[in-house]
Design a protein around this ligand. Structure first.
Ligand code: NAD
Length: 474
C-alpha cells in the first residue's frame, strides 16, 4: 500500500497474490488492507488536506501535476510493463494507457488554477459571488481493466481541485496505482495527499462506508455501484458512478464498411474487449450483413494472441474467473442459436495453455433479448444482430439497461443525427470510435451505466462544492 508518503504492509500482515494472467503464475505479493489500514490511510489524507494542501496557491498544484505527468511519460516503459504483467494487455496498449494517464494530469494541471466561481448581480449595496471549494477526502474505487488510466481519470481532477485522495485499486491489478502514488511524491506532492490501500471487496466496502470520506468516485460493475451508493447514503456523501456498458455499434448499409470493420477489430483487440465502452454489440443493416461479415470475420480471425509483454494483437482476459464467465456467455449464446463465424473457444495453442486466453470471437445472428445480447460480457466477443430501419436500430440500441456509448457508421448526416439524438447514452461517436484529445470530452452514463461526468471541464463539478457569499456593504 502507500500511506503518508511511504510504502506500507497491512498492519495485520495479511497479503494477496498478483497473478500474471498469461501464465497463471504469481509474480508479486500485495498487502491486503483491513479496516485499521483504511483508518490509517484516511487519517493521513485528512491531515494532509487540512495541513496545507487545501490552502495551497493553486498554481503550485499546477506545477506538481505537470511534473507528475512528465515523470509518467519518462517512465512509460516501466509502467507499461507492470500493467501488462498485472492485467495481461499488450505492451503497446499499456503504453497508450500510460500516455492517457499522463494526459489526465496535464489536462487537469491546466485547469487547477482556473476553477472559477461567478458573480451574481443583486443591485446597489450588494455583492454576491460563488466559491468552488474542494470537498475534502475523495475515495477512489478502481476496477482492474485500466488501473492506471482510470485511477488517473479520477485522481487528477480530485487533486487539481485541492482534495486529498485514498485510492483502492482492484485486487486483480493494483501495482501501477501504488507506483503512481510514489511518483506523485517524487513530483512534489506532499506526503499523505494521495494514499493507496490495496485489497478486495472488504477493503473497498470499509473505505466506501467510512465516515472520514467526503466523496466517492467509483468505476466498476452495477451491483458494486449500488452497494457503494447505499454506503454513501449513510454518510450523506456524493458519489460519481461510472458503471458498465453494452454499447451498440450501428452500421448502416451506406457506411464505409471497410472502416467500420477495421474499427470493430481494433475495439475487440483493445484490452480483450474488457472495456466498459467496447462497442461489442454490432447492429448491422440487413442489406449490408453479408458484405460486412465478409470484411469483418477474416479480420477477427487474424488477431494474434499472446502474452502481453510479447506485444501481440491481443492478450488473455484478466483471470480464470473472468475466462469462465465469458465462455459461459458463448455457450449460452450457442444454445440460443447464435453462430460463431470465428473463435468461440478457449485457445488451445500449446504456448498459451496455462493462461486465460479466449479466441477472438464473432457471433452472428444473436437473438434479441438473450443474455448474450443484453448483458456485459467483458471479453473478446462481438455479437451481431441485424436491423431493417433506422427506428428499429434505435430501438435495439436502447433496448438494454445500459447507456454508455453508441457508435454510428453512415455517410448520411441526417441519419447520424437522428440516431445520435434518439439514443440514450452518454456519448455518441460517429464514423470513428476513438479520437486524440478525448480527455476533454465529458464521459459518463445514462441509465444503469451511472451518473456524473468524468473528463472534460464537467469533471470539476464532481470534485468541488459550491459556496455562495452574499455581502451587504451599503
Ligand atoms: P467490480 O465492481 O467487481 O469492482 C470494482 C472495484 O470495486 C474493485 O476495486 C473492487 O475491489 C471494489 N469493490 C467490490 N465490491 C465492493 C464493495 N462492496 N464496496 C466497495 N468496493 C467494492 O468491477 P470490476 O470487475 O473490477 O470491473 C469491471 C466493471 O467495471 C465492468 O462492469 C465495467 O464495465 C466497469 N467499468 C466501467 C467504466 C466506466 O468508466 N464506466 C470503466 C471501466 C470499467
Amino acid at each position: 500500500m502507500f500511506i503518508n508518503g511511504e510504502r506500507a504492509w497491512a498492519r495485520a500482515g495479511t497479503t494477496m497474490e498478483a497473478i500474471d494472467p498469461a501464465t497463471a503464475e504469481v509474480f508479486a505479493t500485495v498487502a491486503q488492507a483491513d479496516k485499521a489500514d483504511v483508518d490509517a490511510a484516511l487519517a493521513s489524507a485528512r491531515a494532509a488536506f487540512t495541513g496545507g494542501w487545501d490552502g495551497l496557491p493553486p498554481v503550485r498544484r499546477v506545477r506538481v501535476l505537470n511534473r507528475l505527468a512528465s515523470l509518467l511519460r519518462e517512465r512509460t516503459r516501466e509502467f507499461a510493463q507492470l500493467e501488462s504483467l498485472d492485467v495481461g494487455k499488450p505492451l503497446r496498449q499499456a503504453e497508450d494507457d500510460v500516455g492517457a494517464a499522463a494526459g489526465y494530469f496535464e489536462f487537469f494541471a491546466g485547469v487547477a488554477d482556473k476553477v472559477f466561481g461567478s458573480s451574481i448581480p443583486l443591485g446597489a449595496g450588494f455583492v454576491d459571488f460563488t466559491l468552488r471549494e474542494p470537498l475534502g477526502v475523495s475515495a477512489q474505487i478502481i476496477p482492474w481493466n485500466y488501473p492506471l488510466r482510470l485511477a488517473s481519470r479520477g485522481i487528477a481532477p480530485a487533486l487539481a481541485c485541492g482534495n486529498a485522495v485514498v485510492a483502492k485499486p482492484a485486487a486483480e491489478a493494483g501495482l501501477s496505482v501504488i507506483r503512481l502514488a510514489e511518483l506523485a511524491v517524487e513530483a512534489g506532492l506532499p506526503p499523505g495527499v494521495f494514499n493507496v490501500v490495496t485489497g478486495g471487496r472488504e477493503t473497498g466496502a470499509a473505505l466506501a462506508a467510512h465516515p472520514g470520506i467526503n466523496h466517492i468516485t467509483f468505476t466498476g460493475s452495477v451491483p458494486t455501484g449500488i452497494a457503494i451508493m447505499k454506503a454513501a447514503a449513510d454518510n450523506v456523501v456524493p458519489v460519481t458512478l461510472e458503471l458498465g456498458g453494452k454499447s451498440a455499434n450501428i452500421v448502416f448499409a451506406d457506411a464505409d464498411l471497410d472502416r467500420a470493420a477495421a474499427s470493430a477489430r481494433t475495439t475487440l483487440m483493445q484490452n480483450s474487449a474488457q472495456t466498459c465502452t467496447a462497442p461489442t454489440r454490432l447492429l448491422v443493416e440487413e442489406a449490408a450483413h453479408d458484405r460486412f461479415v465478409e470484411l469483418l470475420a477474416p479480420r477477427i480471425a487474424s488477431i494474434r494472441l499472446g502474452r502481453g509483454l510479447d506485444n501481440p494483437d491481443m492478450g488473455p482476459v484478466v483471470s480464470d474467473r473472468q475466462m469462465q464467465r465469458v465462455l459461459g456467455y458463448i455457450a449460452a449464446g450457442a444454445k440460443d442459436g447464435a453462430t460463431a463465424l470465428t473463435g468461440g473457444r478457449r485457445s488451445d495453442a500449446p504456448q498459451l495453455a496455462q493462461g486465460y486466453f479466449i479466441e477472438p470471437t464473432l457471433l452472428d445472428r444473436v437473438m434479441r433479448g438473450t443474455a448474450l445480447e443484453q448483458e456485459e460480457i467483458f471479453g473478446p466477443v462481438l455479437t451481431l444482430t441485424t436491423f431493417r430501419s433506422t427506428d428499429e436500430a434505435i430501438a435495439i440500441a436502447n433496448g438494454t439497461p445500459y447507456g454508455l456509448v453508441t457508435g454510428i457508421w453512415t455517410r448520411d448526416l441526417s441519419k447520424a443525427l437522428t440516431v445520435a439524438t434518439a439514443v440514450k447514452s452518454g456519448q455518441v461517436r460517429v464514423n470513428s470510435y476513438s479520437v486524440e484529445g478525448s480527455i476533454g470530452l465529458p464521459f459518463g452514463g445514462y441509465k444503469r451505466s451511472g451518473f456524473g461526468r468524468e473528463q472534460g471541464l464537467e469533471a470539476l463539478a464532481n470534485y468541488t462544492q459550491l459556496k455562495n457569499v452574499m455581502i451587504n456593504f451599503g
